[in-house]
Design a protein around this ligand. Structure first.
Ligand SMILES: *[C@@H]1O[C@H](CO)[C@@H](O)[C@H](O)[C@H]1NC(C)=O
Length: 229
């Protein structure tokens, strides 16, 4: 059996400290995982891991490190949002807006550490946005080639299933059908059946802000990676 590592990006609003104990650790979230063991078919609940946050008054420069893993997943989320907003604009018939949303996302992504590091996911996302942009040059092209492409990109990246652990996806995945097949395959091998809606009652491991909220990247965030299995 092939082992795969799941990655969850969790965006958290960190409350402002009101009391003076700023050096205290702050409990942020508890994370655990419910899943069905694919071999025994039994439900498993992992132990909860408490994520704590240091709240020092001053932050040392060496502590102001950006996690490349978080950065690359934030890029993915931004690309998904851009594709979603771009599609919405194109559906309204506003192609210039749809195009500028994709261009803007590429520009912002160009200035991230994962892009500087030539990270595979970042360059793939950039290629994907570029490809999407080339498919919305006019309304008829959008209807025939752009719409499906944007939809597939949005669903795969919001579901965070288009890639695992930096593997990236090959350029063949730019064809909508291939991408969908790949996503289906990975979903079948790793995730519980899609009709399992019980997770919605549990604390969510990944939380997406509304698509129109573009401020999330300015908020503090915490990243939580489950232990590699
Ligand atoms: C839309 O753009 C494509 C690609 O550039 C072109 O082949 C096609 O003729 C254009 N269609 C219209 C209606 O302008």
């Amino acid at each position: 059996m092939q082992m795969k590592r799941g990655i969850f990006l969790v965006l958290v609003n960190v409350p402002v400290l009101t009391d003076g104990n700023s050096n205290d650790q702050m409990k942020l979230v508890s994370v655990w995982c419910d899943y069905k063991d694919p071999l025994t078919k039994e439900s498993v609940t992992t132990e909860a891991i408490e994520v704590k946050l240091q709240r020092p008054e001053m932050v040392n420069e060496e502590d102001m490190v950006v996690s490349i893993e978080v950065d690359r997943q934030k890029n993915r989320l931004q690309a998904a949002e851009a594709m979603s907003n771009s599609r919405a604009a194109a559906e309204r018939g506003d192609l210039p807006r749809a195009q500028s949303i994709l261009n803007g996302c590429r520009t912002r992504m160009a200035d991230t550490i994962s892009m500087y590091a030539c990270d595979g996911l970042a360059t793939d996302l950039d290629l994907e946005l570029q490809e999407a942009r080339s498919r919305i040059v006019n309304q008829s092209m959008y209807e025939s080639k752009g719409k499906g492409f944007l939809l597939a990109g949005v669903s795969s990246h919001f579901a965070q299933q288009a890639c695992y652990g930096g593997a990236g996806f090959s350029s063949s995945a730019y064809q909508t059908d291939n991408m969908r097949r790949m996503v289906d395959k990975s979903r079948a091998s790793v995730f519980p059946p899609a009709n399992d809606n019980t997770h919605q009652k549990r604390p969510r491991a990944s939380v997406f802000p509304p698509a129109t909220d573009n401020t999330h990247h300015k908020r503090p965030h915490a990243s939580v990676f489950p232990p590699a299995s």
